[in-house]
Ligand binder design. Structure first.
Ligand code: CS2
Length: 472
């Protein structure tokens, strides 16, 4: 292990979930293992109550954790990662978190705050000022609650101290994630301190980036395997697939580690990569997840062992997602899709359908509904995606699979989705009338005719496979 005594953190990261630990922190680990980036370490930040579990474990483990890379042949590579050297919670006492972001050594604040964390209305694309936490921190800059309050107060402190701005590096699955972070932060700061907004607009770089590595939820079996087979006692290891990719726009306000030495791709324009990944991988996941949940499959690899599901997925990718992507220079989309199918089928990964379906209200508008809308505009194929939306409605309404087994639904909009879906039996379009998710889909006759038909079928008999087969 490289030296971890240097307390310069360089990167402050908000949202230290499994994905960050398997991705950015792993890239930094590789760099440090090769003798590079001695002055770059990560200080993790938790802004949610639930993060106290990680804080407590990190305290005992000196912020070390094991990454278990699971190969399709059953092999597991376990490696202890030391790139994170500190962790702070922002909810109890915001000051240390603000101070670490405002510290002269901090050059990058990176984010994995999930799609929902950006706080925008998916339909209008505008910042959501109705959020009570946002209202609170607008009035009380020293009591920040969300990422926006923390970033603003820390950047103000840097400006007032004559320090250079840090880069804000979004690592979330959102098209133009850097542009989105910029637009949302500026909307917030404009309300609180217009002069500061001007400074941020000029000084802070927000590179767009495409991030990729499938990182399932850690299970008690993972913890046990690690202890029994590898002799490593780790209260919270992270598991992931072997594949890893990060494509980043090379614009940083205040320097960056030489990530290109460990395989990160720096390109002038990330858009084609992010679009490809979100519309194929993430959308593909949601297609399998929602249909799989209704059918009763509990993992993504179980879906991939079921021929109806693999054929359906490939059909969706080829006939609906690919045509609206167009050509992506330097990438063979057929190879990319073949690779995706292999990754999803990795039997050792056991990525749960419930993880994929969680927060569908934040995911589907970006992963699937965009494709559907573009196909409607161009006269393209919409069959597979429409069945998925109808399945999502039934799932939100009934919360059971085709055999009547309850499905646990994890979604910040769960209650609203349920309310809208519940009215389906009297108004078949009620679910898709939620404009913040579906835009004007309920007014598109070509879509509503098909959707209505799918709803009738699923509500008569939830045997989803029958309706998937009809489309093959
Ligand atoms: C998944 C992603 O959340 C989801 O629904 O599609 O977490 C996916 O596994 C990652 O984006 C892979 O890079």
């Amino acid at each position: 292990m490289y030296s971890r005594s240097a307390n310069k953190t360089g990167i402050v990261h908000i949202g230290v979930g499994g994905f960050h630990r398997a991705h950015l922190a792993y890239y930094l680990h590789l760099l440090k293992k090769g003798g590079g980036a001695p002055a770059w370490n990560i200080c993790g930040i938790g802004l949610r109550e639930a993060d106290s579990k990680l804080r407590d474990i990190f305290k005992i483990q000196d912020h070390l954790y094991t990454l278990m890379v699971k190969h399709p042949n059953g092999k597991i590579n376990a490696e202890v990662i030391g790139a994170i050297v500190d962790f702070k919670m922002g909810i109890e006492d915001p000051e240390p978190v603000i101070a670490s972001m405002a510290d002269a050594d901090t050059r990058i604040v990176s984010l994995t705050i999930t799609e929902g964390g950006y706080n925008f209305n998916p339909n209008t694309g505008d910042f959501n000022f109705d959020n009570p936490d946002i209202q609170h921190e607008l009035q009380h800059p020293l009591e920040p609650k969300t990422v926006y309050g923390f970033l603003t107060t820390a950047l103000k402190r840097r400006r007032d101290a004559g320090l250079p701005a840090f880069t804000i590096l979004s690592c979330d699955n959102i098209e133009h994630n850097g542009d989105m972070a910029r637009k949302m932060l500026l909307a917030f700061v404009q309300k609180q301190d217009p002069d500061l907004a001007e400074w941020i607009a000029q000084q802070v770089a927000f590179p767009n980036s495409m991030v990729d590595r499938i990182t399932p939820v850690t299970t008690p079996t993972d913890i046990e395997t690690l202890a029994l087979t590898y002799g490593i006692q780790d209260a919270w290891p992270v598991t992931c697939e072997p594949f890893i990719q990060w494509v980043v726009e090379d614009k940083f306000s205040n320097g960056r580690p030489a990530f290109e030495k460990v395989g990160v791709q720096f390109v002038p324009d990330v858009e084609p990569y992010e679009k490809m990944k979100l519309r194929l991988l993430n959308a593909g996941h949601s297609v399998l997840g929602l249909l799989g949940a209704l059918y009763g499959h509990t993992t993504i690899n179980a879906c991939m062992e079921d021929e109806t599901f693999t054929t359906y997925l490939r059909g969706f990718l080829d006939a609906e997602a690919t045509p609206v992507l167009g050509n992506i220079e330097g990438i063979d989309l057929e190879d990319y899709k073949d690779g995706l199918l292999e990754r999803f089928a990795n039997p050792n990964i056991k990525d749960s359908v419930s993880r994929i379906c969680s927060e569908s209200s934040a995911k589907l508008p970006k992963f699937l509904i965009t494709t559907l809308q573009e196909n409607l505009a161009t006269g393209g194929n919409i069959q597979c995606a429409t069945l998925v939306i109808a399945a999502w409605c039934y799932y939100s309404d009934k919360g059971i699979d085709k055999d009547g087994k309850p499905i646990e639904i994890i979604d910040a909009m769960g209650a609203e989705l349920h309310e809208a879906a519940k009215r389906t039996e009297t108004d078949s379009l009620s679910f898709i009338k939620q404009e913040s998710l579906f835009g004007n889909l309920a007014k598109n006759q070509r879509f509503t005719r098909l959707y209505h038909d799918r709803i009738q079928k699923i509500y008569k008999d939830a045997n989803i496979k029958r309706y998937m087969l009809e489309l093959l």
